[in-house]
Design a protein around this ligand. Sequence first.
Ligand SMILES: [Zn+2]
Length: 434
Amino acid sequence: MIINQQASFDKFKKELNYCYEKVPFYKKHLDSAGARPDSIHAIRDIINLPFTEKKHYRKNFPLGVLAQGYKPNDPRLTRSQSSGTTGERLVTVEAGILLLNRAIKCARVNPSINKALSNYVKKTCRYAAPNCSDVECANPNSTMQDRILDDGTLVLPVYHDLLTTSEELIARALEEVCDYQPDLYYIDPTHFAFLARQAKSRGISLPDAPVMATYTGPTLCARRQIKAAFDGKRSVIELLASSEMGWIGMECPHGRLHLNTDSFFLEVIRDGEYAELGESGELYITSLDKGALPHIRYKTGDAVKLLDEQCPCGNPLPVAAMQGRMMNFIKQNNRYIASPYEIDQLIGAPAWLDQYQCHQIDENSVVLKIIVNDDYQPEQGEKLAAEVKRFLGEGWSVQLEKLNYIATERSGKFHATKSDISTPTVFGEANAIA
Ligand SMILES: [Zn+2]
């Protein structure tokens, strides 16, 4: 599926020419694939262009991938670092003004975020894995002033391994957020759901502001807990973003994720072909704004399903459902069996469940780890494990483990569904949820 319409093809061609002429890496990359820009005559030719990946940018950064006219220490550039979800952290730059434009275009689908962005004085509060922030927030001795960034973002203190965060640090984070009275939360949903549970158990209501969830996909359980921390008045707004691209998609007030096709040319690729509407595939992104670090057909490692629906909010940007990181899919016989999104829909948000992890350990087994609260009855966990087993099908073993602690990944992120099976190359027939 090519998500953009024909109108974006002209922009795509211009970006391709720009990359070929101004970015040394792209000249080499396209030439070695025998795919010069003048071989692209129609939108259907795009699939013949070679894709790009993180490793290309890591290897060629900065001089090979930086467009002519920009220098690595250019004051116009914003520098950021990936969290290291797939290994080594990736350093990336882009012109600050372009990142802002991408964000503004993306935020048009959500009035409350749009409003927060247009505030002259911004007070954003961030709560996420320390790797996702640019300050030392895991150090118990850091002060609030140490953690306020130049743009007015307060980064709340948290440990790298979320569930080992000390009582002292939790109390400090809650005190700071109440003091700071943010006008926007920019958070990882697993992390913020943890803080929300802590707030609730202490009888604290969090200051009211829109909650934008990014870094990982929000589970239904995290959504429930975060909403409760705002007395039911705030729903989580999902933001699809990456350190390389900035803002790619955002949830509207009707709970649909709209993709920012104003700023990007987007493709959904399934086993080397374009995915059909309603089919999962990997999201490939091409930037369109002739930036400092342009990308052509950049493989994101994120699976997405484009939906054939007109959103009631009236926004014309296409609607998609994020399926999760492809490496986290449940897999068998070299095929994808279930996405983190599908598993999450199955788990749902029962009141007794605080957090879970569905962890595939071999070709036929998953361990369903649950952290529960006082509402829990033993048969509820067994029932959920039986549902996961039924969903995965014949021959699967699902072992239930009731725990008080589940470790985060090395990056500091928490994956609600994850797999120890290395990534296959073929999409399986997706299981339908009954
Ligand atoms: Zn909408």
